[in-house]
Design a protein around this ligand. Structure first.
Ligand SMILES: Nc1ncnc2c1ncn2[C@@H]1O[C@H](COP(=O)(O)OP(=O)(O)OP(=O)(O)O)[C@@H](O)[C@H]1O
Length: 255
């Protein structure tokens, strides 16, 4: 049974159809890549899944239930976390504080509990701290927990975003160009981390222009062009698909 199922999703922006009747499934425990030329609609798909946009048509099922129309924080609490194409960190907060901020939407205590610092709130804070430290450990940034985010290298800032998403305890992790701006060594480390994530039972859906990374880590690849799916299958099958080759050759820019 699928963990995530997109069914005939369509999103228009004025006269432009950014995503057109798109359907695909993500199986639990898999690593799926969403690729396509610039402007193909990949980020829009992520924004639809995470509740930033509402589709004009279609359905989004997570664990067999519709998440259509839900607010982003509700979707996160159900077990979907994401990172963004451009780094979105609190640069003047510490590495640990950045991860803790990501846990915030999981907390149930209200304003009154915060004001009076109730037992429940203290418990939730301690749990958030444990999860945050564990996430930093996972990405290899525990030793830098006290540093300001802005003092981390670019590659480590990307890993910090990954840790922040991980600390929410997701079943599905959505990564928008996780290797963007990384050097070769950082990319290799990321590939190992993504495989390690899957080994812990987390399902990964990623957008990535680095084809070597995509081909190396993904079991399934979905290819978009002008908002429509033109291919879906194993890296080998997709690489040799004439429609994909044509779309790839037809674009001047790197995927
Ligand atoms: N909020 C918006 N309003 C209007 N048009 C938008 C909006 N978001 C995206 N688009 C348009 O929808 C199309 C798909 O954009 P999207 O960012 O999803 O593509 P992408 O495949 O992620 O591209 P890239 O690889 O460059 O990040 C583009 O033509 C884009 O200009």
């Amino acid at each position: 049974m699928s963990l995530l199922s997109l069914q005939r999703l369509t999103k228009n922006f004025g006269g432009l159809t950014a995503v057109s009747s798109l359907s695909f499934d993500v199986q639990p425990g898999s690593i799926v890549g969403l690729i396509g030329p610039n402007g193909a609609g990949k980020t829009t798909v992520f924004n639809l899944i995470t509740g930033i946009y509402l589709p004009d048509q279609g359905e989004i099922m997570f664990r067999q239930s519709s998440i259509l129309g839900m607010r982003t924080h509700k979707i996160v609490s159900l077990g979907i976390a994401r990172t963004f194409q451009t780094i979105r960190l609190f640069q003047n907060l510490s590495v640990l504080e950045n991860v803790l901020a990501g846990c915030h939407c999981q907390m149930r205590s209200g304003v009154l509990s915060s004001m009076f610092h109730t037992r429940r709130q203290r418990l939730e804070e301690r749990e958030a701290l444990t999860r945050s430290v564990r996430a930093l450990d996972f990405v290899g940034l525990r030793a830098q927990a006290g540093q300001l985010a802005r003092n981390l290298s670019y590659g480590n800032q990307r890993l910090l975003e990954l840790a922040r998403a991980l600390a929410t305890g997701p079943q599905l992790l959505i990564l928008d160009e996780p290797a963007g701006g990384m050097n070769e060594q950082e990319t290799r480390r990321l590939v190992a981390l993504i495989s390690k994530l899957r080994d812990t039972g987390i399902t990964v859906l990623l957008i990535e222009h680095d084809m070597t990374l995509v081909m190396r880590v993904c079991e399934k690849i979905v290819v978009l062009e002008y908002g429509s799916k033109i291919a879906e299958g194993s890296p080998e099958a997709v690489k040799n698909d004439p429609k994909v080759i044509e779309a790839y050759l037809g674009t001047e820019k790197e995927w």
